[in-house]
Ligand binder design. Structure first.
Ligand SMILES: Nc1ncnc2c1ncn2[C@@H]1O[C@H](COP(=O)(O)OP(=O)(O)O)[C@@H](O)[C@H]1O
Ligand SMILES: [Mg+2]
Length: 477
């Protein structure tokens, strides 16, 4: 990326430099040429002014004054001079490439000058380009001859060359500055990219604490770095919660396994008296283990995206679960009281049953004999509320806050009811996976009230999905 950026910067710069410097250099060269032309004209007029008398003398055969004049000009200005008389015969010359004295030298510019017109033409002198200016020599208003002064551009060549070199050096400096700036710019673009690259590699190698710095600029990289960090954070949290889960689960599995192995040791010791009791105890431990493992599996499994939720009628489900728990309730002298509106909730089939089982089991654990466990169901707008309330001791606000933690129990010593502290954790998982919420509050008159909020089905999709409901209800367990 960096090389491409640099190349594009440099090529643009070179193009701009060429576009600016080429015309500039050419106009410099033109200016030099015009300056030289001006000088040649001045010189030609000066010679012409001083020539009219000498031309008259030359007609009588004495051209030495003119020759001296031409030679002086030549020495002072390095220009070539040629003087002709009115008929175009060369009278005096100075400088290389001029025709011999006495010859006729008809050139367009000299002819024009003899007709009274000052003329400027390009004229090659030796190997160089040059300019020539021909002016008439006047005596009064009569043309008595002409003077041609020519100069080679080599005279100004050095200055032109110096201009070109100056422009070249200037361009070089500009290109260098641009190169420097673009290297810095390109690095500021590529550094965050390189850091992201390294970060992604580190994350891939399992270093989940990897974060990259977020550049303000450009916005694309800013967004990329942000989402990279967010992804890394989520990954880290996910992995950490999985690790905690595995640690908790292994820890919890140890206790029933230890009890089981104790029972088996007793059996091995062969004390006949205890055999039946130990076998029964071992069975009970295996049952506990099975329940624990089932709960753990449930908690572990619900994290992958839930199967499709459908519209489920609440009342038959509640009725089914109450029927199942009636025996336990009767045994404890507790009355089950359900008042559920004919409402429909959107939830994965079978889950409402699991939720109710856990809540009823908790309520029956604490409900004093002679009290009632109440189940209520109603709809409020797009939400369906299912509430289980008991008249037990209730929970303190601190306990309510922790109640949904895995393996948390208010009174771990009292494990006669055989809970592992997974029930409420599972309830919350099931409810939130369905897009709902669960909340613990104090019931009026003491006791705990657990309120489950579930989404009501789409009014459009509702009726057709409700049709599938009886099959879903039969899948309860
Ligand atoms: N209805 C309730 N009244 C009072 N305390 C409760 C109630 N339900 C649950 N708890 C407390 O919350 C703890 C966690 O409940 P739960 O997650 O179902 O685990 P478990 O039932 O296996 O103990 C229970 O041990 C109990 O102390
Ligand atoms: Mg429980």
């Amino acid at each position: 990326v960096r090389r491409k950026l640099l190349l594009s910067y440099l090529s643009v710069t070179l193009f701009v430099l060429l576009a600016l410097e080429l015309p500039l250099g050419l106009s410099f060269a033109n200016a030099e040429r015009r300056r030289l032309t001006g000088q040649v004209q001045t010189e030609a007029f000066a010679v012409a002014l001083r020539s009219d008398g000498s031309l008259a003398a030359a007609r009588t055969g004495d051209a030495s004054t003119l020759a001296r004049l031409a030679e002086t000009v030549r020495q002072q200005t390095a220009m070539s001079v040629m003087v002709v008389d009115a008929r175009g015969r060369v009278v005096a010359t100075a400088g290389p490439g001029e025709p011999p004295r006495g010859s006729m030298h008809p050139t367009p510019e000299v002819d024009a000058a003899l007709r009274g017109r000052e003329t400027t033409v390009d004229r090659a002198i030796g190997d160089h380009d040059g300019v020539a200016v021909a002016v008439p020599v006047l005596a009064g208003s009569r043309v008595v001859g002409a003077v041609r002064v020519s100069a080679s551009l080599a005279l100004v060549g050095e200055r032109t060359q110096r201009n070109w070199l100056l422009l070249l050096a200037l361009g070089g400096v500009v290109a260098l500055v641009v190169l420097l700036v673009s290297v810095l710019l390109a690095r500021s673009f590529t550094r965050p990219l390189a850091e992201l690259d390294a970060g992604a590699a580190a994350l891939g190698n399992g270093n989940l604490a990897t974060r990259v710095s977020v550049p303000d600029d450009p916005p694309e990289l800013n967004g990329l770095a942000r989402s990279f960090n967010a992804t890394a954070e989520r990954l880290e949290a996910l992995v950490r919660s999985q690790q905690e889960f595995v640690a908790d689960a292994s820890h919890q599995l140890r206790t029933p396994l230890a009890a089981l192995s104790l029972r088996l040791e007793n059996l091995e010791a062969g004390d006949r008296e205890f055999q039946v009791e130990d076998i029964e105890g071992a069975r009970a431990e295996v049952a506990r283990l099975t329940r624990l493992v089932d709960g753990l599996l449930l908690l572990a499994r619900t994290s992958d995206r839930a199967p499709t939720a459908i519209a489920v009628e609440v009342r038959p489900v509640v009725q089914g679960r109450l029927d199942a728990w009636t025996a336990v309730a009767t045994e404890r002298g507790v009355c089950l009281d359900a008042r559920v509106d004919p409402v429909v909730a959107r939830i994965v089939p079978g889950r409402l049953e699991q939720i109710l089982d856990n809540l009823l089991s908790n309520a029956l654990d604490v409900a004093p004999a002679g009290s009632a466990v109440r189940v209520r169901g109603r709809r409020d707008g797009a939400r369906v509320f299912v509430e289980v309330r008991d008249a037990g001791p209730g929970m303190t606000p601190e306990q309510r806050r922790r109640a949904f933690d895995r393996f948390w129990r208010a009174d771990p010593v009292r494990k006669d009811r055989g809970g592992f502290g997974l029930g409420l954790a599972i309830v919350r998982r099931l409810v939130t996976d369905s897009g709902g919420e669960v909340e613990l509050t104090e019931a009026p008159g003491g006791g705990l009230s657990v309120r489950v909020r579930l989404p009501a089905p789409d009014p459009v999709a509702g009726p057709s999905e409700t049709a599938a409901q009886p099959a879903a209800a039969s899948g309860s367990g």
